[in-house]
Design a protein around this ligand. Structure first.
Ligand code: NAI
Ligand code: MG
Length: 492
């Protein structure tokens, strides 16, 4: 543990070793370069962190390759790999408040959210996939002739993983847990905005006793460290979560290097469809949380709220009242519901969408102004009278900006919901089971929620249709992304 940072109100946050983790050692970048990670509540630097680039990626690949080919990892009893994952889950839980504070500091999200989601859910995820480690097996297949044919589900090898800043510890868990359960070795690049919790979990990974070179952590920037991972000739697979634009680059890099398989979890513009027969209070709160949770910085944010014409006016008025009552402020205050956005870039992007909504003729019913000049705070915004073709209704905003759009009838709303390049999630609110199922079947999205929103669980697969991604994470489906099938045919 390197340093302790003192914040106002007697809060002390311990900072991890701000270095790269390669072959179970904390090291500086080969270039010696570092970068600042910033506290979004103040805009001030928290600390300098070692900045990985291509040379460090090479070093980490060598460590991970050695660990895969010659280390104890791949051939140790699968149950032992599972036990290491369970131990990591326990360590995360026993450091819960410290990790939640570190995330609130580096990402800006409320400590309450960081505790309930960012710490609690990764622990569940590591435990779940730890349980799978010794339950992954192939089939015996009765082929023609006098042969024994069976399949083995083998690890893919050295895996590169690139994650975003919106749920740093959770995205890390979604990537690491299935890859480790299946016996791969890993290089993971956390987002440059939020490297600190990944490094603290790196310390816990060492404490849990993972062998050398199995998990390597490379904080750094996308175009340098990230791109070096995507194009590396000796990385066997890349898993990425982030923007659709970078998803395209990752696939290109794979095509131009060694054709490594790629899994992508990308952006969304998820429709949240509300019929007029609902319990209005419940639907309004559901739509509110479905959009404003995590400052709206969520890939499955319900950012197109389709509301049936007959309840539209009422729904808008009450959604505006709810958005106005959302408590924006210091992430360390337990009452806070909405912290700052992650950085200046994200603030600028979100503000430019608010301007675009106004200039394209939507009605800004509340919010949308920056709060103060210190940190990256913005008032939760609600737009009414939004049309399908406006930028705020077509592009991923990734911020606390809700667009409420009127509709009439099931067929119409399904068609309009599908008019997007994205297909990550959707929701439908109604008491009518036929309508609920018609929408669930008709909407092209990887997850559909009925009378709820953002219900995510380690055991249920998650991922996108269309340009929201390739492959599924979590659950049994998530395991398939980290194994390859070998047929063994033996003459009898
Ligand atoms: P991004 O896609 O640039 O960053 C995500 C990760 O990719 C980071 O670790 C970054 O360092 C890395 N990266 C960036 N360029 C790369 C490259 N050329 N090669 C390899 N890795 C690279 O997303 P960013 O800039 O942080 O946010 C921009 C927008 O992306 C957001 O406003 C939001 O719309 C979307 N986004 C979606 C996320 C999701 O969960 N689906 C998460 C984060 C952002
Ligand atoms: Mg930061």
């Amino acid at each position: 543990m390197a340093t302790t940072l003192a914040l106002p109100n007697d809060i002390k946050v311990e900072l991890p070793e701000p270095k790269l983790l390669i072959d179970n050692r904390w090291v500086d970048a080969a270039s010696g370069r570092t970068f600042a990670t910033v506290n979004p509540s103040t805009g001030e630097e928290i600390c300098q962190v070692a900045e990985a680039d291509a040379e460090d990626v090479d070093r980490a690949v060598r460590a991970a390759r050695h660990a895969f080919e010659r280390g104890p990892w791949r051939n140790m009893p699968a149950s032992e790999r599972g036990r290491l994952l369970l131990r990591l889950a326990e360590l995360i839980e026993s450091h819960s408040s410290e990790l939640a504070q570190l995330e609130a500091l580096d990402n800006g999200k409320p400590v309450s959210v960081a505790t309930a989601v960012d710490v609690a859910k990764p622990a569940v995820c590591y435990r779940y996939f730890g349980g799978w480690a010794d339950k992954i097996h192939g089939k015996t297949i009765p082929i023609d002739g006098d042969y024994l044919c069976y399949t083995r589900h083998e690890p893919i090898g050295v895996v590169g993983q690139i994650i975003p800043w919106n749920f740093p510890m959770l995205m890390m868990a979604w990537k690491l847990a299935p890859a480790l359960a299946t016996g791969n070795t890993i290089l993971l690049k956390p987002a440059e905005q939020t490297p600190l919790t990944a490094l603290r979990i790196g310390e816990l990974i060492l404490q849990a006793g993972f062998p050398e070179g199995v998990v390597n952590l490379l904080p750094g920037f996308g175009p340098k460290a990230g791109a070096a991972i995507a194009r590396h000739m000796d990385i066997d697979k890349v898993a990425f979560t982030g923007s659709t634009a970078v998803g395209h680059l990752i696939m290109e890099a794979s095509a131009q290097s060694n054709l490594k398989p790629v899994t992508l979890e990308l952006g969304g513009k998820s429709p949240n469809i509300i019929f007029d027969d609902v319990d209005l209070d419940e639907a309004i709160e559901g739509a509110h949380r479905g959009l404003f949770s995590n400052q709206g910085q969520s890939c499955c944010a319900g950012s197109r709220v389709f509301v049936e014409q007959s309840i539209y006016k009422d729904f808008v008025e009450r959604s505006v009242a709810r958005a106005r009552s959302r408590i924006v402020g210091d992430p360390f205050d337990p009452r806070t519901e909405l912290g700052p956005l992650v950085d200046q870039t994200q603030l600028d992007t979100v503000m430019s969408y608010v301007d675009s909504g106004r200039s394209q003729g939507a009605t800004l019913a509340c919010g949308g102004d920056r709060i103060g000049s210190r940190g990256f705070f913005i008032q939760p915004a609600v737009f009414a009278d939004v049309e399908d073709t406006m930028r705020i209704a077509t592009e991923e905003i990734f911020g606390p900006v809700m667009s409420i759009i009127p509709f009439n009838g099931v067929d119409e709303v399904i068609a309009r919901a599908n008019q997007t390049k994205y297909g990550l999630a959707a929701a439908v609110w109604t008491r009518d089971i036929k309508r609920a199922l018609a929408v669930s079947n008709g909407v092209r999205a990887g997850t559909v929620w009925v009378n709820c929103y953002n219900v995510m669980d380690t055991r249920a697969p998650f991922g996108g249709f269309k340009q929201s991604g390739i492959g599924r994470e979590l659950g049994e489906y998530g395991l398939q992304q980290y194994t390859q099938v070998k047929s063994v045919i033996a003459k009898l």
